[in-house]
Design a protein around this ligand. Structure first.
Ligand code: ZN
Length: 357
């Protein structure tokens, strides 16, 4: 079964198991929960954390569906929170026993790009992978990980985990779309990121938030997070509905949370001249015409979210229980059922699946 029993014996640093069972993707639809080496400190700036909870990302589904080829069997998962187990000799601000959350990109948090708030473009950035496992190595631990005030109560863990990617990404979509108090905002995409983009737009003071969704279950959550209107139409029809609802003007800000040609076009066409599109869906097959962009008069900003920028503030808000981004997890499974977690999301039976080692 899982490694849970031995983990709970409180193994000291250096006395851990040398192997563990985690999720490894072999190819389209072939996700295995299998034994591989447990991570160890490689660089003195690393930390090893014991995962409290992890989850499946919408972006994990691209390679799972065979739409993004993988070169070799790949340990999966990049959303994580947990307890520091061991730190390298150069780590100064963290110590074993602290509960931490970090981003899918490790960052030093000191270089010029980090200081400008773009930690996901850090000059030293490293992708953090293999989080769908009991243990995880996090590079650049001082810059990457943010500790909570104390070890959280169990019911806060889903919302803290959400900050590791999905909430930070929804937040960046709203930030990049320049959402201002009183604004009219449209959100393209009703996946977990889109839903948390709604929550983020609400936090930034948007007055009207139009969710584009045709799934009843997701519409309900959208309204809970702050959506004031729902548009079920897509493509040109969806754009026409947004225009109708804004006296022909278009939305001030549009959050693009899908990453397809259709969703990107829908976002660009829904925004008013001078408005902004924040795009965070990883683009697959998106091509934009220079002519069209030239005449659209829109601000386009997006990319991999600098999650590290929003972590301290969002941790505070979760800690004070003023937001519950963990509401997007509508399925929780033990880690050893990770293959089912992928299937449930692939088949859209779940918005987002939380996994507990
Ligand atoms: Zn940096």
């Amino acid at each position: 079964m899982s490694t849970r029993t031995s983990n709970e014996r409180g193994i000291r640093p250096g006395k851990r198991e040398s192997t563990m069972r985690g999720a490894v993707l072999y190819g389209a639809g072939d996700l295995r929960f299998e034994e591989h080496d447990a991570p160890t400190i490689i660089k003195p700036t690393d930390a090893i954390i014991r995962i409290a909870a992890t989850c499946v990302c919408g972006s994990d589904l691209w390679p799972y569906r065979g739409l993004q080829p993988i070169a070799e069997p790949t340990p999966m998962g990049h959303e994580y929170c947990g307890v520091v187990e061991e730190v390298g000799s150069a780590v100064r601000t963290l110590k074993p026993g602290q509960f931490v959350i970090g981003s899918f990109f490790a960052s030093d948090n000191t270089c010029p790009h980090c200081r400008a708030g773009y930690q996901s473009s850090c000059q030293q950035r490293e992708f953090v992978g293999g989080a769908q496992a009991p243990m995880l190595r996090v590079p650049l631990a001082d810059g990457t990980l943010v500790a909570t005030p104390e070890v959280p109560p169990d019911d806060l863990i889903p919302s803290l985990l959400a900050l590791s990617d999905v909430m930070g990404t929804g937040w960046f979509a709203a930030d990049a779309a320049n959402v201002k108090p009183g604004a009219t905002v449209a959100v393209v995409g009703d996946g977990a990121v889109g839903l948390l983009g709604i929550l983020s737009a609400k936090l930034m003071g948007a007055e009207r938030i139009i969710a584009m969704s045709r799934h009843e279950h997701r519409q309900k959550l959208a309204r809970e997070f702050g959506a004031t209107d729902i548009v079920i139409e897509r493509g040109d029809e969806g754009v026409a509905r947004i225009k109708d609802m804004t006296d022909g003007v278009g939305a001030d800000s549009v959050l693009e949370c899908v990453g397809t040609q259709e969703s990107m076009k829908q976002a660009i066409h829904s925004v008013r001249p001078g408005g902004s599109v924040g795009y965070v869906g990883v683009p697959h097959g998106v091509e934009l015409s220079g002519q069209e962009l030239f005449y659209a008069h829109v601000h386009l900003h997006g990319g991999p979210a600098p999650v590290r920028r929003s972590l301290p503030d969002l941790i505070n808000q979760v800690w004070e229980r003023s937001i519950s981004p963990g509401r997007v997890f509508d399925l929780t499974l033990p880690l050893d059922q990770v293959a089912e977690a992928y299937r449930a999301m692939d088949e859209r039976r779940a918005i987002k699946t939380l996994l507990r080692p």
